[in-house]
Write a protein that binds this ligand. Structure first.
Ligand code: JFZ
Length: 573
């Protein structure tokens, strides 16, 4: 969902707790926890909470699950305790997912946990009480457009005749009343997390946002309410941007590959991956909403508990570098890790511990003292230099021999005043020069909608003449491989075929784009890049250089254009 919310108020008080929190627990829980990915002995591919659609299962059969849903081991206190132990500051739970089943006591529909199950308790009420007791904010996921149980809602075309549907009827009969219920039955609510807007109209999205704000003025609304009517941006699931975003945003993410419990999904992310995602998201100004899928008995799977506790242990030591911090002063991602800040301090969060010395280019602020967040008594030596011709600032830190943490180690730099950084792309000490689109001058051709999107891609790169250029700093000259890094368009095949002309200091080369290689995205196992070789470049002298790339010819069937993240120059041996 890249549509930016219209009513963002990043500086308003409504976002104070949100900015402070940085880390929340997502809970996908419902009837789908019973089949847990398997229907009539058959493994159903995809995310667990979609089993009704994917199998597909007729409404009358799926409804029967309610009669067997009896999560006797559910204990709201222990879920909230776990979130707290993990260092999370808010919880968002599915009050109603696409299957249409309400996990709360609803008057608007009997298809709810109190009326339709032997359990008869309202877990949402219990959770609200436990959150209040332990000082966590509570938010609700609510599927406003898809409701596979309702004959008029979006989504179910295996039981209901799509031609007979009247979405407005469902909207008035069930959606609006239930949203009203979740906002009036459980005390103050931190946010409402709408999802998959699809058939909803702009007016209906607006109605929901206004309903939320009327009933609870401080309650935040995510962008998936649709049509830009929300308060903050939900990224695509498990997707993180490549650069700092100033507007409030959040990445919903999984610990394995499903949201709702699946008994055979054992693809758990290692703790190191999760910690790197947490700090990377904080460094780019976002919140990390990390999911668990409890079982039909009401317990959170052991591998989830272990991982959440490990993150909590890290945050106990390093939380100062996360909670309430501001994003990195560097707009683009740093290849070695992430940066956060608060007044007077920068937090360098290193993914790998360098042998004795760490070199950071481009920080222009004077650094007073540096120390390890995990152990301020350990000395970190600081030297700073500014190389004349390039005006290249370099910070050298001499570090203790061993890393304070195996996954993410935090170094604190004390600085005076606002941090100042060099805005130019700078060659890294290892010789690599990454030209990120978020640092580029973006020049659309006449009438073109070529632009940088909020995820750090350029989009609509479809009009000949659309160009990107960078003025960059090279310290170590030589020969370089030049590659274009882009993302595969969502749900579409990518064939290449575009003609590009790239220019280094005035010397041009023209080539046709194809996919030559693929690279994982080191920060997120759910993203990867397509690599197109553009050729080789010789940079004869250290100094400031200009690189540009322009679209000259489009591919026949390319509606999307190259979703480019940037151009990478890698030194050739
Ligand atoms: C939605 C749901 O369909 C899913 O079951 C789960 O609740 C998840 C958190 O949200 O799935 C989406 C919605 C949007 C995108 C991807 C998956 N997106 O924009 O990338």
């Amino acid at each position: 969902m890249s549509a930016e919310p219209r009513t963002s108020q990043p500086n308003s008080d409504r976002f104070a707790w949100w900015r402070e929190a940085r880390f929340g627990l997502f809970i996908h829980w419902g009837l789908y926890a019973l089949p847990a990915g398997i229907w009539q002995g058959r493994e159903i591919a995809g995310i667990g909470e979609w089993i009704m659609r994917r199998a597909p299962i007729p409404v009358r059969e799926y409804e029967q699950l309610a009669g067997r849903f009896n999560p006797v081991e559910f204990n709201a206190e222990s879920w909230v305790q776990l979130a707290k132990e993990a260092g999370m500051r808010y919880i968002v739970i599915t009050s109603k997912h696409h299957d249409g089943f309400a996990l709360f006591d609803s008057k608007a529909s009997d298809y709810d946990i109190v009326d339709a199950t032997p359990f008869r308790r309202d877990p949402i009420a219990e959770l609200a009480a436990a959150c209040r007791k332990h000082g966590l904010r509570l938010g609700f996921y609510y599927s406003q457009a898809q409701d596979w149980h309702d004959p008029d809602a979006d989504g179910n075309d295996w039981d209901y005749d799509v031609a007979q549907k009247d979405f407005a009827r469902y909207f008035e009969r069930k959606c609006v009343p239930q949203v009203r219920e979740i906002l009036t039955q459980y005390g103050p609510i931190g946010l409402i997390w709408f999802d998959t807007p699809r058939t909803i109209t702009p007016e209906q999205s607006e109605t929901l946002t206004q309903l939320v704000h009327t009933l609870q003025p401080d309650c935040l609304v995510n962008s998936r309410v649709g049509h830009g009517a929300g308060d903050y941006a939900s990224q695509g699931d498990n997707r993180i941007p490549f650069c700092v975003k100033r507007e409030p945003w959040e990445t919903p993410a999984t610990l394995n590959d499903t949201w709702g419990f699946k008994q055979n999904d054992h693809n758990w992310k290692p703790v190191g991956t999760l910690l790197r995602l947490l700090v990377d998201i904080a460094g780019k100004g976002g919140n990390y909403l990390l999911n668990v899928g409890p079982t039909a008995l009401g317990t959170i799977p052991g591998p989830s508990i272990e991982r959440l506790r490990a993150i909590g242990r890290w945050l106990k030591t390093n939380g100062e570098a996360i909670y309430g911090t501001q994003p990195s002063p560097f707009l683009a991602e740093q290849p070695w890790g992430a940066v956060t800040q608060r007044p007077g301090k920068l937090y360098l969060q290193l993914f790998a511990w360098p042998k004795s010395e760490f070199v950071l280019r481009g920080l222009q602020s004077r650094v007073g003292r540096a120390y390890l967040l995990a152990d301020p008594t350990q000395k970190v030596g600081v030297t700073q230099s500014q190389a004349g011709l390039l005006d290249l600032t370099e910070l050298r830190l001499t570090l203790p021999a061993s890393a304070p943490d195996p996954d993410v180690s935090v170094i604190v730099l004390e600085i005076a005043g606002e941090p100042a950084v060099d805005p130019a792309p700078i060659q890294q000490p290892d010789g690599v020069l990454m030209l990120e689109t978020c640092l580029a001058d973006v020049t659309p051709a006449a009438g073109s909608d070529f632009r940088l999107n909020s995820d750090g891609h350029v989009e609509n790169w479809t009009t000949p003449g659309d160009a990107l250029s960078w003025s960059c700093k090279v310290a170590t000259p030589g020969r370089f491989a030049v590659e274009l890094w882009s993302s595969a368009p969502r749900g579409a095949a990518w064939t290449g075929g575009q003609t590009l002309t790239w220019t280094l200091d005035g010397a041009a080369q023209t080539m046709v784009v194809q996919q030559d290689d693929k690279a994982p995205y080191a920060r997120s196992p759910h993203q990867s890049f397509l690599i197109s070789r553009l050729g080789e470049a010789t940079i004869a002298q250290a100094g400031q250089h200009t690189f540009s790339v322009r679209l000259d010819g489009v591919a026949a069937d390319d509606a999307t254009g190259l979703l480019a993240r940037g151009v990478r120059l890698t030194p050739l041996a």
